[in-house]
Ligand binder design. Structure first.
Ligand SMILES: [Zn+2]
Ligand SMILES: [Zn+2]
Length: 1022
């Protein structure tokens, strides 16, 4: 056993342990240990996006997953230790485009699709390597050589299988609908991709006046009329095909100042006319307006058809004018309405969000650049009423942050209506944590539309859809099928574009057909993991052993993303949930409680640098402490706190090591007999701790393991070690001392193993330097041992011992509180301590420990407070006054003149000087020399009276302490025996000399010379 330093160097030791794990092949040995185990931990890793270096927030999920896998390994369960990387999709493309300086899809095509795809794959390899290294640095142990990648051919063809099943069930359909569209990325975005991607933006909104043909309705007024319409997206006026009004709403025909024409506006929206308003000349109902013709405001050639008012129940007068302009080619709601009413669909923009040729002067201009042109044109046409700023929540592309537009697009959808009931049923079989995730999932499922799975992009899952003119869709379900049906098969480097596009298949009508050029939604990629990574297609037995997963754990935002896509795919394929328990952790905030932004310029220190400053274990400890249900704060303060907690445990180990290093106790073969009462307590407490942590780990509550550990370490260091320290100091090596070693060793060993899944480095360190030294047969690594079980011991058990000690600790802490409040040094012995408690609790086994800890000579357990109170009398003014009248004040003065002794005598008698007893009321006061503290039904009282003997004892104790401090400061070995020269005040020389043997024994002195002098001094003589 080597001697430990008081300080633990986290970073240095972590690097040594990483080397030890690598050279010793810890992972292989973890696997080997549980190979063929009866129990298996069914775990599935949610793939991390291999698109950047890890950030601190990643540690939460990753360290927890690592901890639960390691716990199960300790419990003797085998596991598929597979890590996953999310490796294809638009998010990689966007970053590679940035890197290559490509600004749009045309630029990518010019660069070459093959080159582009290779660059994307290169980026994924690059970052997955970095993330692997970073994960290893924080102590994560996985089968790093066999991580799964969602861009693998195997993963791709697994999704093909799923899509084919969808097609066979009639779920896979071609769609044509209005979708959120990113003009930069040139693709639509699906519903779940849009969640959370909204920000507050200020746009120009405009009130437009449309000339109407109101002859039938307002002809008698002999004035032309216009309809006021409001829009927040002026560019959509180019594609206006109708104006919608609410049939039952009131509309006001108003005279205004700015033009002669009458202006029609929703009656409840008149305020928008502001000072222009003169008066209402007539009121009409919306249904009176329906069918009325109007002129489009921009007068574009493409709008050269009849425009009419239509009825729509969704119109209101809250925002705008009470009339809505309808452009089915630009918005989802408009599209649905237009489909119902058979309205024209004008799609004004191309993939890049630019106006197409038919839009005359707007041709080639982007929707966010055309505002002024449109306003100018409206003005020219006398159609502009006014423009104003309007702030609203506007969606943006989650990948490139460009504001999206809405565009009619054709694509591929998975219809969800038929799957919904089974999905909702499957949700109920899962334990969701926190609880509200279940509600979020149900809510999401109940409101979800069809799943749009096609993206007009390049580097992603190639959709295996080969539609033929004959009407056959042709969906390919596997690589074999593709090879079989290929017109001419050539070997492809991998199944991505452009290579896959070279393969054409033969339709059953005989025609050669090409694949649709679309790639798939990236959530398909990760959603298939419960099948693709668990050998669903190649080894059904293996899959059955691993499905469904016992645990998936990712951030809670995954409800609509990964948790959803997995659930959906699993329900379609197997009609059941792919997981039994879902844990969604919350958000990591900065130390100030604010959300950290990825683009925060203030973050100058990289993740790698931070870990080398903080150490991985303290960081993991911070994350383990947080309850995943709540947002957590992370920063240097929390890390410092975690280091302190870990050092508290380290100190217990160092205490053990300090004495064991000298005594070299043979703990491995020690058979404990006659355990001390505190030993029995610690073993029982340890067994309780092990049981608690087993339950908490089984329930995936790492934060409760931390709570239990912190309490146990507090009991270990602040009670067990404190009250037993003298047993370790003892010179002779007897049974009692070995018992103490045995108990303390077992406690430290158990905490080391219990905590190893959470703080693996310090765990491994203590395992190597303590456990393997004490027990030569111990396993090679902490991770290849077994989770601790109950520790058995021979001898008497003590019923209720844990509760008894809790009570003892409470009494000691109350007494020490009194000492602290009264500035009574603990080294100063006191005569008596009183304990008053209502409930009968047995303290007999612990009286000496309490005496020792509180430093009192006697303990008296009392039922009432008489012992530490003094009685006194006060005048009952009502009764005494009635008799004595004016003389009552005299009686009060007389009472005040009594000495303390006289007062006590009087109070015990109930009266004095022969006055009637009813003149007085007896009360109790705390005796001056007594100090008390109460908590619940326990009152602890210390008699603080000091006599000469107590003062002398106190002095001697202080002296011993000073000598021990001097030993420490001089760096003396704890077992070194030396000579001292002590100078004390002259009148204390006699006292010290009389006790010299006792002092010498305590401070390991071979000789002590005592001198009298002015200044107290301790010298160590060579
Ligand atoms: Zn985009
Ligand atoms: Zn065909």
């Amino acid at each position: 056993m080597k001697k430990e330093c008081a300080q633990f160097d986290f970073v240095k030791n972590e690097h040594n342990i990483l080397k030890l794990w690598e050279t010793g092949k810890v992972f292989e040995k973890m696997v080997a240990k549980n190979a063929g185990a009866k129990e298996h931990f069914r775990f599935l890793d949610g793939p991390i996006t291999a698109n950047a270096s890890m950030a601190m927030h990643h540690v939460w999920g990753r360290s927890l997953k690592d901890a639960f896998i390691k716990y199960n390994t300790l419990r003797g369960r085998s596991c598929q230790y597979q890590n996953g990387f999310d490796a294809q999709g638009m998010w990689v493309e966007v970053e590679v485009e940035k890197m290559l300086g490509l600004n749009d899809k045309q630029a990518i095509l010019k660069y070459g699709l093959d080159n582009f795809t290779e660059k994307c794959m290169e980026r994924v390899r690059h970052f997955s390597d970095i993330q692997t290294r970073q994960s290893q640095r924080i102590g994560q142990i996985m089968d790093w050589d066999n991580s799964y990648f969602t861009n693998s051919d195997h993963n791709i063809t697994s999704i093909w299988h799923f899509l084919k099943v969808c097609y066979q069930k009639g779920y896979l359909v071609q769609s044509y609908k209005s979708m959120p569209w990113c003009p930069r990325c040139g693709t639509s975005l699906s519903e779940h991709e849009m969640s959370g991607s909204y920000k507050e933006l200020t746009h120009k909104a405009v009130f437009v006046q449309f000339r109407v043909d109101a002859g039938k309705l307002l002809g008698d007024l002999k004035t032309d009329a216009r309809m006021l319409v409001w829009t927040t997206t002026p560019w959509t006026l180019t594609s206006n095909v109708a104006i919608a009004v609410h049939p039952n709403m009131d509309y006001a025909v108003c005279r205004i100042k700015s033009v002669n024409d009458l202006l029609i506006v929703g009656k409840d929206a008149i305020k928008v006319l502001k000072k222009d308003f003169v008066k209402i000349v007539r009121e009409v109902k919306g249904k009176d307006l329906v069918g009325m013709k109007y002129e489009p405001a921009l007068k574009l050639g493409i709008q050269n058809f009849e425009h009419k008012f239509i009825a729509w129940d969704e119109v209101s007068a809250t925002d705008g004018s009470g009339a809505v302009h309808i452009a089915p080619g630009c918005g989802a709601e408009d599209f649905e309405l237009g489909k119902k009413l058979g309205l024209k669909q004008i799609v004004p923009i191309d993939e890049a969000g630019r106006f197409t040729e038919e839009f005359e002067y707007l041709k080639g201009i982007k929707t966010d650049e055309c505002e002024q042109l449109i306003f100018d044109k409206l003005k020219e046409n006398n159609a502009l009423y006014y423009v104003h700023d309007f702030t609203h929540n506007y969606p943006f592309c989650w990948r490139c942050k460009t504001n999206v537009v809405f565009k009619l697009v054709s694509g591929w959808d998975i219809k969800t209506a038929d799957v919904k009931p089974a999905l909702l049923k499957a949700v109920k079989t899962v334990k969701w944590e926190p609880d509200f995730l279940k509600k979020s999932m149900v809510n999401w499922l109940e409101n979800m539309g069809d799943w749009n799975i096609s993206r007009r992009r390049f580097y992603g899952l190639p959709l295996p859809i080969y539609p033929c003119d004959c009407g056959e869709i042709n969906v390919i379900g596997s690589l074999e099928e593709l090879k079989e049906r290929a017109v001419k098969w050539v070997n492809l480097p991998h199944l991505h574009r452009p290579y896959i596009d070279e393969i054409k298949i033969k339709c059953k009508c005989g025609k050669e057909v090409a694949r649709v050029s679309d790639v798939g939604d990236c959530w398909l990629d990760a959603g298939i993991a419960p099948f693709s990574t668990k050998k669903f297609f190649t080894d059904r037995e293996f899959w059955k052993k691993n499905f469904p997963s016992e645990l998936v754990l990712e951030m809670k935002e995954q409800v609509r993303l990964w948790f959803y896509s997995m659930l959906f795919m699993s329900v379609v394929l197997e009609d059941r949930a792919p997981y039994e328990r879902v844990v969604g952790h919350s958000t990591v905030l900065g130390e100030d409680g604010k959300k950290k932004s990825k683009t925060d310029k203030n973050i100058k220190v990289t993740f790698d640098e931070q870990i080398e400053i903080f150490g991985a274990d303290p960081v993991r400890y911070v994350f383990a402490t947080a309850n995943p249900v709540n947002d957590m704060r992370f920063g240097p303060t929390m890390v410092e706190e975690a280091r302190r907690k870990l050092i508290a445990f380290w100190n217990s180990y160092v205490f053990f090591n300090t004495y064991a290093f000298i005594d070299k106790p043979d703990i491995a073969s020690h058979k404990p007999q006659n355990l001390d009462v505190t030993d029995v307590w610690l073993v029982e407490r340890l067994n309780q701790y092990i049981e608690t942590c087993t339950c908490e780990y089984d329930d995936y509550k790492a934060h409760n393991v931390i709570v239990a550990t912190e309490k146990f370490i507090d009991d270990l260091s602040n009670f067990y070690i404190r009250v037993n320290r003298r047993r370790f100091w003892k010179g002779e090596n007897g049974e009692d001392k070995f018992n103490a070693y045995w108990v303390l060793y077992n406690a430290i060993k158990a905490v080391t193993v219990v905590m190893a899944p959470l703080t693996p480095f310090i765990g491994e360190y203590i395992w190597q330097n303590l456990v393997r030294e004490v027990e030569p047969k111990a396993s090679e690594f902490v991770m290849t041992t077994d989770f601790p079980k109950r520790i058995e011991y021979s001898g008497k058990t003590i019923k209720g011992i844990i509760e008894q000690v809790d009570f003892v600790k409470q009494i000691i802490s109350l007494a020490l509180r009194i000492r602290a409040a009264g500035q009574l040094k603990v080294k100063q012995p006191l005569r008596t301590m009183y304990i008053k408690t209502a409930s009968k609790r047995d303290l007999s086994l612990f009286i000496d420990i309490i005496k020792d800890e509180v430093n009192v000579k006697e303990i008296e357990i009392v039922q009432d407070e008489d012992k530490f109170n003094v009685p006194f009398l006060v005048v009952d003014f009502k009764k005494a006054g009635a008799v004595l009248k004016g003389d009552v004040q005299k009686l009060k003065d007389e009472l005040a003149g009594l000495t303390t002794e006289q007062m006590i005598a009087a109070a015990n008698k109930g009266t004095f000087k022969g006055y009637p007893e009813e003149f007085f009321v007896k009360k109790l006061a705390k005796r001056e020399e007594f100090a008390a503290e109460t908590e619940g039904d326990i009152t602890v009282v210390l008699d603080t009276t000091l006599d000469e003997q107590l003062v002398s004892e106190g002095f001697l104790r202080e002296l011993i302490r000073s000598i021990q401090l001097a030993r420490q400061e001089a760096g003396l070995d704890i077992s070194a025996r030396v000579k001292f020269k002590i100078t004390v005040e002259k009148d204390l020389v006699e006292l010290v000399s009389a006790n010299i043997d006792k002092i010498a024994k305590e401070v390991l002195a071979t000789e002590i010379e005592v001198l009298g002098g002015k200044e107290a001094k301790i010298e160590i003589r060579k």
